[in-house]
Design a protein around this ligand. Structure first.
Ligand code: KG4
Ligand code: ZN
Length: 362
């Protein structure tokens, strides 16, 4: 069974083809360079870019895979949560293709797709505990199967990735700046007392990262020389490394390491707490853009080992937004018998994605 995945929920336009759940080919266009100077994603620009890029990416995908549009059995589309205008571009494309070819349609929860991404590389085992850490979300789930997710905890304000991006912005680094803070901190011992672990002295599984962000902002306000005087170029940062370009490398590296520590340690404490409650889980899944962070990966790998759980961490390219994870999640839902009609609606950020699919008997 060929399933096409379509991803347009934020600032990456992606299409991917899976055959019986295995990745055949993918094509991805990132808009990060376009939004970098604005310090965040500009929704109208994002929608226009998705509209511009989807047709050539689809043609590229077909050329790469040797498949034709008629070979596609079903289209899986990320229906939310995300930017409404961007989601609508992907949804319209998916529905048009289904109408033209007769393929089935399945709407995919973008967050669930992130958590199922490790399945593209290795077999996933359930029940699992899932930590989703991205630019817009910090959620802990219990996952009983590829179609059964129970939300156990969530951020009350900023997402972990948002905290990374806001701190990077204060330093005058381009958006999204999480990876540069990770890069800056490599090989440096953190000052574990420099920043507070916010919202950990309670009994719940929720997060709050806005206090940490404020603490870093206050620190940087008192040490303004640490910020880059002019925003460095993304390509120069990737080529030379952030430390080579910053005015006070050693001092900034220590601040970056301490901030990374505070985020990773907060995530670790809450995941440990969740594991104390969900004692029957057999694996720990960590997904979303911040799962590419080296400190988060190290902390979660240690947690999984200490609890005797399989650690499911996708490779960094599968952590950030991509269509392969959408195609995979769609394939698993289709295999479980679920379908959507052409009245499928997109779900903007802040609204829960409904389970409004129908089940077909096979
Ligand atoms: O999952 P994703 O691609 O998009 C959303 O659905 O939000 O996540 C993007 C987020 C951004 O906040 C970005 O700064 C962060 O992931 N990110 C990182 C790293 N790589 C990406 N944060 C910290 N360290 C990294 N290495
Ligand atoms: Zn995402």
């Amino acid at each position: 069974m060929f399933v096409l995945g379509v991803e347009t929920s934020c600032d990456e336009t992606g299409v991917a083809l899976v055959r019986d759940g295995r990745l055949v080919a993918e094509a991805l266009a990132s808009q990060t360079d376009i939004h970098a100077v604005f310090g965040g994603v500009v929704p109208e620009i994002a929608s226009r870019e998705h509209q511009r890029m989807l047709p050539p990416l689809f043609a590229d995908l077909l050329a790469k895979s040797g498949a034709s549009a008629g070979d596609i059995d079903a289209v899986a589309v990320a229906r939310g949560p995300g930017l409404l205008g961007s989601l609508l571009v992907g949804l319209s494309f998916a529905k048009g293709l289904c109408l033209a070819t007769g393929a089935d349609l399945i709407g995919v929860d973008h967050l669930h797709a992130h958590l199922l991404a490790p399945g593209l590389e290795a077999e996933m085992r359930f029940p699992a505990l899932g930590l989703l850490v991205s630019g817009g979300h910090t959620h802990i789930y219990r996952i009983d199967s590829p179609t059964e997710f129970k939300l156990l905890g969530r951020t009350l304000d900023d997402a972990a990735g948002e905290a990374f991006d806001k701190v990077a912005k204060l330093l005058n680094l381009p958006y999204p700046g999480g990876r540069y803070l990770d890069d800056l901190s490599q090989g440096v011992t953190p000052d574990t007392a420099l920043f507070p672990l916010a919202y950990v002295h309670n009994h719940n599984l929720d997060f709050s990262f806005s206090g940490l962000k404020t603490a870093v902002a206050e620190y940087l306000g008192k040490h303004p020389h640490l910020a880059f005087t002019a925003m460095p170029d993304t390509s120069a940062l990737l080529r030379e490394g952030a430390r080579a370009l910053c005015p006070h490398p050693e001092e900034l590296a220590r601040v970056a390491a301490s901030f990374n520590y505070a985020v990773a340690e907060t995530l670790r404490l809450k995941v440990e707490r969740a594991l104390e409650r969900e004692r029957d889980v057999v694996s720990l899944v960590v997904a979303g853009g911040v799962a590419a962070n080296s400190h988060v990966r190290a902390a979660m790998t240690r947690v999984a080992a200490a609890h005797g759980l399989a650690a499911c961490l996708p490779r960094p390219a599968l952590c950030t937004d991509n269509a392969a994870m959408v195609a995979r999640a769609g394939y698993l839902a289709l295999a479980a018998g679920y379908r959507h009609g052409l009245d499928l609606e997109s779900v903007p950020r802040g609204r829960a994605v409904p389970r409004d699919w129908t089940r077909v008997t096979q």
